[in-house]
Ligand binder design. Sequence first.
Ligand SMILES: [Zn+2]
Length: 465
Amino acid sequence: MTTERFFSIHCHFYQPPREDPFTGKIPREAGAEPYQNYNEKITAECYYPNALIGNFERISFNIGPTLMAWMAANAPETYQRIVQSDRANVTTSNIGNAVAQSAHHTILPLARRRDKIAQVAWGIGSYTYRFGHKPTGMWLPEMAVDYETLETLAGAEIAFTILSDEQVQGELRQGAGPYRVKLSAGRSIAIFVRDRLLSNQISFDMEHFSGPRAWAHPALNSRGPGLTLVATDGETFGHHHRGGEHFLKYLLLRDAPALGFRVTSLAQYLADHPPQTEIEFREMTAWSCGHGLSRWVTGCDCTPSDGRWKGALRRALDNLSGEIDLVYTTEAGAFVINPWSLRDAYIAVVTGQMDGPAFLAAQGLGNLPTATAERLLKLLRAEFHRQRMYASCAFFFEELTRIEPRYAVANAARAVTLVKEATGEDLSRGFRRDLSVAVSPRVSVTGADLYDAIITSAQANGLIK
Ligand SMILES: [Zn+2]
């Protein structure tokens, strides 16, 4: 074991997706002024300034694939600088510092294995397309974890992920690790363990971390040999704390080195220090809810309200998923041996690497009659929106009528209309009935009301045939 001290900051950059699934555009958002929407606002406050002063080269980071796609189209300079930051590390050390993320911020332990595989495959596909090389590590949304999730990562040749210290058991003799978790069939995965206390001190008490009242410098300095890992939301630096990008820069360039720490990225550190010891972790936990995952299923005490709508919404989404899957596999099963492999490969269309017909040709389906090909592509698109409706943000907060649950219902509505366009089958009646059981704790609005408003608006704008 090393006697040197290393330091790494991992930033998780993510925004709840805001695009209207019928138009692909983000509506103007109140509160984001003078910007059109929060993506633009947070780009101006955080992503761009951090990219401009070179922070992305010095941190370890992941950016949600949906946010990265938005940035590529709407903030190209920021996007290019971020991609170049990873590339600069590849050039100097052959190891990039960007980490992948599963595609839609789904709470993976709550998803069936097949959906875990799709989310991970799409995360890897998106990363590889944007950064030009395969990822070594993958960020788990909310750090939510179970064995099947880790098995899925290992099965996709992901070498490491990150958990928080309250999610693991036993003494952490080697700081942030990496530690090894044994999996089935002789496989294993490396786990980096973040320092929760230090991460929270930096995130929520940044102003006391540097400068004349720097009480937290001793906190960093008290850490032992090996790696100390801070992992937090990247928006901390510039959005939650104005000017926080400069704090981050000086912490990594000046302060940590002055205390004798060598600053590194996780992928680099793993290459230099493979795991020596095993660790146990607590299944069905997350960094935001160490007690369990009920927040995203039935509600938990972390949000001060009646969360019963969450269970009803999840049931509606799950029932609809089963129906969409049945329509899709029936159709696709006529042409391919494994409809799920076809769905996993569909990320190439999502990222824009190829259009639908080129995708089908690449999959050996170039000879389908035009009408059949169009039907299959619509059902693949429905599968995409059916995955998107599980973005965890929908279940994170206390209120059904917030923008995030609406987004889940809107993606479901888009999937329903695509299935109807493709096959004539109308899944709306059962879905709407399931949604009527999801009731806002504050106002007399149900999930079915949200659904109706979305459909009415799409019809008024000529977006549904
Ligand atoms: Zn909780």
